[in-house]
Write a protein that binds this ligand. Structure first.
Ligand SMILES: [Zn+2]
Length: 284
């Protein structure tokens, strides 16, 4: 069961209190591997691992019988791991770490990355100070304030009534692994609503018009700093015309003849699983 997480930047008053440490070397998480299990280290001080820490942050706490404190930190690229310690890409840890710790690691990597890349003001180049009362940095010279950056992206499932039942539009971008198809996705542009983004991306990538665009859910996607906003839509008009620079293939699929689809980590898979579940329900 996932524990509730409270995000806060104020660390516990007591010094040296133990907690989970999400320690990154570049985008890779430090984990301890022991007899087939993979764990986030539980430490009072990250330097107990014998690895010098460049920067550290307090993330907040998990609610349990008593609060479980969570910290993030960054170490230098050149650091070699001690025996039993390894650095692993976040995606490879899905299903190997408990879900709540996996998503906390996704939160941590974005905070660590933001802290590293915002040491100086992006307006005037002078040093930026970490603010005490919010997750922000303020320039010591011109006062410019910066916050952790998020890039909203939309992901959309398009369905239609086919000749023998419901069908889902799935497509392949050139960068997908061979044989895999998914629902369409794209980044929101400045000045655009997410609904407009849904309609624009579908038209640009596969040449179709859609209707009945509805919100489905959202998911943080820390690869590197997206927030995925998921929608469903119904086919309205047009024939599939691929945007060939980006897209390799697109087609309509019945639930019983789907191609390879994404792993359960992503909201794209939730959209597809929801289509399959609804298609199996008897018509009322
Ligand atoms: Zn400045």
């Amino acid at each position: 069961m996932n524990r509730h997480f409270t995000s806060t930047i104020k660390p516990p008053a007591q010094q040296g209190i133990a907690g989970y440490w999400f320690i990154f070397k570049d985008q890779q998480l430090l984990v301890i591997e022991n007899e087939g299990s993979t764990d986030v280290p539980w430490l009072a001080d990250p330097e107990d691992l014998g690895i010098p820490v460049a920067r550290q942050q307090y993330l907040g706490y998990l609610d349990d019988e008593s609060p479980i404190h969570c910290f993030s930190a960054e170490i230098d690229n050149g650091t070699d791991p001690a025996p039993g310690i390894s650095f692993q890409g976040l995606r490879s840890l899905y299903g190997r770490l408990p879900d709540d710790l996996f998503w906390l690691a996704g939160r941590a990597v974005q905070i660590v990355d933001w802290d590293r890349t915002h040491q100086y003001c992006s307006r005037c180049g002078k040093p930026a100070q970490t603010m005490e009362n919010e997750r922000a940095k303020k320039c010591s010279s011109c006062g410019f304030t910066s916050y952790p950056r998020l890039s909203p992206a939309m992901i959309v499932r398009v369905c239609r009534k086919g000749p023998s039942g419901p069908e889902i539009l799935l497509a392949r971008a050139h960068h997908f692994r061979p044989g895999m198809y998914s629902v369409l996705a794209g980044f929101v542009e400045p000045g655009e609503t997410v609904e407009q983004c849904v309609e624009r991306e579908i038209f640009e990538e596969v040449g179709l018009r859609v209707k009945d665009v509805r919100y489905f859910g959202s998911q943080p996607w820390p690869f590197p700093n997206s927030l995925m906003l998921a929608f469903t839509a119904e086919y309205d008009s047009g024939d599939i015309v691929l945007e060939e620079e980006e897209m390799d293939a697109a087609d309509w699929f019945a639930p019983e003849s789907l191609p390879q689809i994404p792993a359960p980590i992503s909201i794209s898979r939730r959209l597809i699983d929801d289509f399959i579940a609804k298609a199996r329900q008897p018509a009322i």
